[in-house]
Design a binder for this molecule. Structure first.
Ligand SMILES: NC(=O)c1ccc[n+]([C@@H]2O[C@H](COP(=O)([O-])OP(=O)(O)OC[C@H]3O[C@@H](n4cnc5c(N)ncnc54)[C@H](OP(=O)(O)O)[C@@H]3O)[C@@H](O)[C@H]2O)c1
Length: 199
């Protein structure tokens, strides 16, 4: 399959890239500062240019997104706005604008995260936008068939414990290699409208 992978240089993205390449897929990598195509997917004009350059694909995979973590009392409206723009709306726009660029039975796979279902202190913005992405995926699935759409919702990555581990006390982490397998399942499998929780 020809797969466009947004966030290919990130922790999760690198693992997805490695696995999908090993599976024999042709990967077009995307990031703001590196990749075959440079694009900030939160900017609609850059997104339009990305599709012009990328052309037709069989699968769209996103392992991108940024969300502020802070106690609720310290999170301002601008933090929720930024989380929405950078993680939720950016991925929603990736799907909306990608519909004409994905093959008839192609797929979209987005990324959310565990705070939408298991609240953590300082995770209100993450929980809010991750929940929005998961709701969008369920809603979009019934409108875009036979194209498919799913979302990977991982716990904290083992590889991110040094940075974020304190926010997730007692949580079972997930290796990025297993996150990559979740993406593989979504891309090569047959499910749609699914929130794939990991581990
Ligand atoms: N880390 C964790 O423990 C964890 C757990 C659950 C869920 N998640 C979610 O998983 C996703 C990936 O996390 P990660 O730790 O792998 O992040 P990361 O290492 O910071 O990588 C993110 C990647 O996405 C790219 N990117 C970010 N914003 C972009 C944009 N607007 N347009 C295009 N590319 C963009 C970045 O490259 P450039 O900077 O070059 O654009 C980078 O390659 C995030 O949505 C995160 O919330 C992470």
């Amino acid at each position: 399959m020809r797969i466009i992978l947004v966030g290919a240089a990130g922790k999760a993205g690198r693992a997805v890239h490695e696995l999908m390449e090993a599976r024999g897929h042709d990967i077009v990598t995307v990031g703001r500062t590196s990749g075959d195509v440079r694009c900030d997917i939160s900017d609609p004009s850059q997104l339009a240019r990305m599709w012009e350059r990328a052309g037709q694909v069989d699968a769209v995979v996103s392992a991108a997104g940024e969300v502020p973590y802070a106690p609720l009392a310290e999170l301002g409206g601008e933090d929720f706005e930024s989380a929405w723009q950078q993680k939720a709306l950016a991925q929603i726009n990736l799907v909306r604008t990608g519909l004409d660029h994905v093959s008839e039975r192609g797929s979209f796979t987005l990324i959310s995260g565990i705070p939408s279902r298991d609240p953590i202190v300082s995770g209100a913005a993450a929980a809010t936008v991750n929940g929005a992405i998961e709701a969008f995926v369920r809603a979009a699935a019934i409108e875009i068939a036979p194209r498919r759409i799913n979302v990977i919702s991982p716990s904290v990555f083992t590889e991110s414990l040094d940075d974020f581990g304190d926010f997730f006390p007692g949580f079972v982490p997930v290796d990025v290699a297993d996150v990559a397998r979740g993406f593989q399942r979504a891309v090569e499998g047959a499910s749609t409208g699914e929130v794939i929780t990991l581990p």
